[in-house]
Write a protein that binds this ligand. Structure first.
Ligand SMILES: Cc1cc2nc3c(=O)[nH]c(=O)nc-3n(C[C@H](O)[C@H](O)[C@H](O)COP(=O)(O)O)c2cc1C
Length: 175
């Protein structure tokens, strides 16, 4: 089974979750992890499971404006022109039966705000024709720049291992 994780990350938290997801997937699948900037430059190769994630900005997926705001808070090089929103908006519809899942990062209480990039990504994946292997999942950061909440990387790994196991089971039973 082949899986691909595509993520966007301003301060490294969603990237760390993407790596933890890849570790979980590797229990059952061959996995590649791509920053969305790289994914946008590559031809779309079909995989058995596509997992897409990004940070929640202004109640949803980031936009060039919110990425510029993030860039002002970071010394890291941040791509402001392309994010998961733009990448998915430019993607071509897929044939029925293709599988995908969505994740995101959001802020923890007490600074909790409504909205979730994960849900927006899930909606866009479904619109492209994917069936979702699970409900979109949010992972929590303690503040805008992080760190991730305690146990979130392990939760990401376990979630992904379970997803990969279920998908592999589906493939085996179809064969
Ligand atoms: C411009 C901007 C807007 C944000 N808006 C929200 C929001 O609406 N809800 C929320 O939970 N977090 C919000 N955040 C916090 C991000 O969710 C947090 O920075 C992100 O999860 C960190 O992940 P990253 O290191 O991968 O970028 C915002 C952050 C920035 C920079």
């Amino acid at each position: 089974m082949r899986a691909r994780v595509v993520y966007e990350s301003m301060f490294g938290n969603t990237a760390a979750v993407a790596e933890a997801i890849a570790t979980g997937l590797r229990e059952h699948a061959e996995v590649e992890v791509l920053n969305v900037v790289c994914a946008a430059e590559l031809p779309a190769q079909p995989v058995n499971l596509l997992i897409v994630g990004g940070p929640t900005h202004a109640f949803g997926l980031s936009r060039p404006r919110t990425r510029r705001t993030a860039a002002e808070q970071s010394d890291r090089p941040i791509a402001t022109d392309i994010g998961v929103r733009e990448w998915l908006d430019a993607a071509l519809p897929v044939s029925p039966g293709r599988r995908a899942a969505a994740f995101g990062t959001t802020m923890a209480k007490p600074t909790w705000l409504p909205g979730s990039a994960a849900r927006g990504i899930g909606k866009r994946l479904r619109r492209l024709g994917y069936s979702l292997a699970d409900q979109p999942v949010d992972f929590v950061v303690e503040d805008t720049t992080g760190p991730l909440g305690s146990g979130e990387l392990e939760r990401a790994r376990v979630w992904a291992a379970r997803l990969a196991h279920t998908e592999l089971d589906r493939i085996m039973h179809k064969a």
